[in-house]
Design a binder for this molecule. Structure first.
Ligand SMILES: Cc1cc2nc3c(=O)[nH]c(=O)nc-3n(C[C@H](O)[C@H](O)[C@H](O)COP(=O)(O)OP(=O)(O)OC[C@H]3O[C@@H](n4cnc5c(N)ncnc54)[C@H](O)[C@@H]3O)c2cc1C
Length: 289
């Protein structure tokens, strides 16, 4: 196996175009599992851990740019107050050891329907920055996932960063698993309130071939919430929101749960996380991480 270790982003992009079949490796928490189990035998590994440009983050023009190689632990510690939904989701990934190595870029690279980083990106209208030697593209999170474990990357492209606006309102994330930690999600749900534009964002995970937004539910709730007076949530609104979220999913029966259970759990998580974020909005609390 050939092992490439670029020392800069430019070198990494040049290595990828010269070796389009090379498998990028960041934290290795997905790639090494696949290699160890014999599910993947890459002829070339492209180690991105020596690329300093990938491990930082910055803030400009009202948006955060989070390097694809920033480990979850740093994302949680350094950005938890600015992107609380993503931080809550990141805290549910694996164990401390996995969070020390695993990255958002790796989560996007794997594009598993169960990737915990994806729903909060959808709920906050994140953009995925990808690049090759030929140029850069910003792909909306809604267009990045193209199928089960498939994404919109061309063979000569790498994921550079995620662009996401800091929260303007409360955000939440909820995950159902067979136990509390170290578990692949049965299903997940993320919600972001955007009071500045009176809109709600959502993200559903592990309940369709790709992570997805519940658009009809978002439109319904955005119109129903009393953004100005901040009146208490009506039960009928919360129930309908839960139903619409469940309807947006297209889950399957598999070893982790049935389609019926997933729909039920999504409706419960949607109602529950809505009650949390609305309570925080009404009490003036923005940050829920
Ligand atoms: C014990 C254990 C528990 C886990 N628990 C969870 C969990 O709870 N939730 C969850 O979502 N995931 C979980 N995972 C999966 C994994 O930790 C995450 O998907 C993590 O985000 C992968 O990041 P990484 O940096 O380790 O990726 P890697 O393994 O290095 O790479 C993953 C994929 O992304 C590609 N890639 C990496 N970086 C780039 C880049 N810059 N550009 C293009 N492609 C790139 C790789 O080629 C590969 O296809 C778990 C894994 C283990 C082993």
């Amino acid at each position: 196996m050939e092992f490439l270790r670029p020392a800069s982003w430019r070198e990494a992009l040049e290595a990828k175009v010269a070796h389009p079949d090379a498998t990028p490796i960041a934290g290795g928490t997905d790639v090494m599992v696949e290699i160890n189990f014999g599910h993947r035998r890459p002829s070339t590994l492209l180690d991105l851990t020596g690329v300093p440009e990938l491990t930082g983050w910055s803030e400009a023009d009202g948006a955060l740019r989070i390097g694809a190689g920033l480990p979850y632990t740093r994302l949680i510690n350094e950005l938890g107050d600015r992107v609380p939904g993503l931080a809550i989701a990141s805290r549910t990934v694996g164990s401390p050891q996995i969070r020390n190595f695993g990255t958002l870029g790796g989560n996007l690279g794997s594009a598993s329907p169960a990737g915990d980083g994806h729903p909060p990106l959808l709920a906050s209208d994140a953009l995925i920055e990808v690049e090759s030697v030929h140029g850069k593209r910003l792909i909306p999170a809604t267009e990045f996932f193209t199928g089960v474990k498939r994404n919109a990357l061309a063979e000569d492209e790498l994921i550079a960063a995620v662009h996401i606006a800091p929260a303007t309102g409360p955000q939440q994330f909820s995950k159902v698993g067979t136990r509390n930690a170290m578990v692949i999600a049965v299903c997940t749900f993320a919600i972001s309130l955007h009071p500045d534009r009176k809109q709600v964002g959502t993200g559903i995970g592990s309940a369709a071939p790709t992570p997805l937004r519940a658009q009809v539910a978002e439109e319904f709730l955005s119109a129903e919430l009393d953004w100005e007076q901040r009146r208490p949530l009506e039960d009928s609104v919360a129930r309908r929101f839960g139903e619409l979220v469940a309807q947006a999913a297209s889950p399957i029966d598999d070893v982790r749960g049935t389609a019926g259970y997933r729909r039920h759990a999504l409706a419960v998580m949607a109602r529950r996380t809505l009650s949390w974020v609305w309570h925080d909005h009404c009490s003036g609390r923005q940050e829920c991480a």
